[in-house]
Design a protein around this ligand. Sequence first.
Ligand SMILES: NC(=O)c1ccc[n+]([C@@H]2O[C@H](COP(=O)([O-])OP(=O)(O)OC[C@H]3O[C@@H](n4cnc5c(N)ncnc54)[C@H](O)[C@@H]3O)[C@@H](O)[C@H]2O)c1
Length: 445
Amino acid sequence: MEANLLLMSKDDIVKGLLEGKLSISVHGFGYVGASIASVFLRRGCLVVAHDVKKDIVEKINYGTWNFKDDLQVYETIKKAILEKKISATTDYKVSVERTNFHIIAVPVSVKGRGGKIFVDYTHIVEACEMIGCYLKRGDAIVIETTLPPGTTEGMLRNILEDKSRMFAEKDFALIYSPERIFVGRAIQDIESNYPKIVAGFGEKSLRVGEALYSLVAGKGVICMSSIKAAEAEKVFEGVYRDVNIALANELESYCEKEGLNFHEIVYAANTQPYCHIHKPGVGVGGACIPVYPYFLLSKDCSLKIVKTARKFNEKRPYEIVDRSLKLFYKKFGKPKKINVAILGLSFRGDIADNRFSPTISLAKLFHKRGCNVIVHDPYDYSRTGLPNQVHFTKNLEEALRGSNIVVIAADHSIYKELDHNVLMKLCAKEHLIVDPKGVVQLNKF
Ligand SMILES: NC(=O)c1ccc[n+]([C@@H]2O[C@H](COP(=O)([O-])OP(=O)(O)OC[C@H]3O[C@@H](n4cnc5c(N)ncnc54)[C@H](O)[C@@H]3O)[C@@H](O)[C@H]2O)c1
């Protein structure tokens, strides 16, 4: 439907979406895109899914959608396909011309190593260039991708205005709304757990954004004073986690040296309402937390705490490998070969996501130090990211059999249930369990 959202009242926008007179395209139909589409589909809205990957588009159009990493999202998309509420395309022209709201959920990540790390804007630049080409007067662009503060109003607005030959706020609404979901419970997060953060390039854009999200955000909408502030809000959430995990990792190492039980101490400390010591681990993974600090550091390297925490977390796998081998040598001497089993390829428990997983670094480092390495995870991965010499298995017994060092890297439920007798039976006689997260109740051993 042709409509000028900038001239419509909030009530009319909501009514238009509920009655199917206004519709939404979602660009980038990965985890976030499918989740945000789902909450609008659950309100009965019409959605066009757009992705550069042909197989994603075909799975919607042929009714063979099978991404089950989030069951509620899976079921919503399946139902919407049957009810013909969703269609999909790889063509920007089709997705943009047929819809009024264009939600962008493509990734922005970082590239490079060590000294020089830079933000990779390739996907979002392409999405904005192409959407700009087909944008109609009165449409709304809504960016959900996490970005370095200043990106939307600066680089992305320039691209959109240049390609569309129109102006933000005057001709089209420009809205930013960071996605705050936790993989595995996305619908609940958007619909009932957190308020939605929304910002507009001007008052009219903000009103359009507020109307859109008021439809799905049960906890309400927080309107920010500027897009840059909304971008910073999301980055700060990630940086807060990174810095606090670094602190937890450091305190865990201290406890290890001092012969103290970190988990006992933190359990007690966190009963005080101002203390929120995080869980330590073998490193920090995922597409968000290890990436977002660089969204600040790439522009301002004077942020000392942010930088120190990030470097500290990046070194954590080295520390875990060093510590494990030293302890093993001290307890059992230096055998010819050490068999290492790393449990968990995913960066977090009970999901299949190995993006920036510290297990990949651990496996490489143990291998470099001459160990035989096997990695276990109960999930399927199209690409493990592990070196060829490291074996990947979904069979836990196979991973544990004859192992000298077992590192518990992810808190998958099946590891929480690991039985002491099973471990004793399967591991080599001389073995060590390394479990900084406290997944297996180590004091049992
Ligand atoms: N996954 C999370 O938990 C999470 C949480 C909060 C925010 N985010 C933000 O959302 C972004 C996307 O995350 P995700 O987990 O959905 O990533 P993803 O890799 O699962 O999905 C991204 C999708 O975008 C598609 N794509 C890439 N370039 C495109 C283009 N030019 N046009 C159309 N489609 C394109 C890819 O093919 C892919 O299907 C992240 O970069 C982050 O900024 C993610």
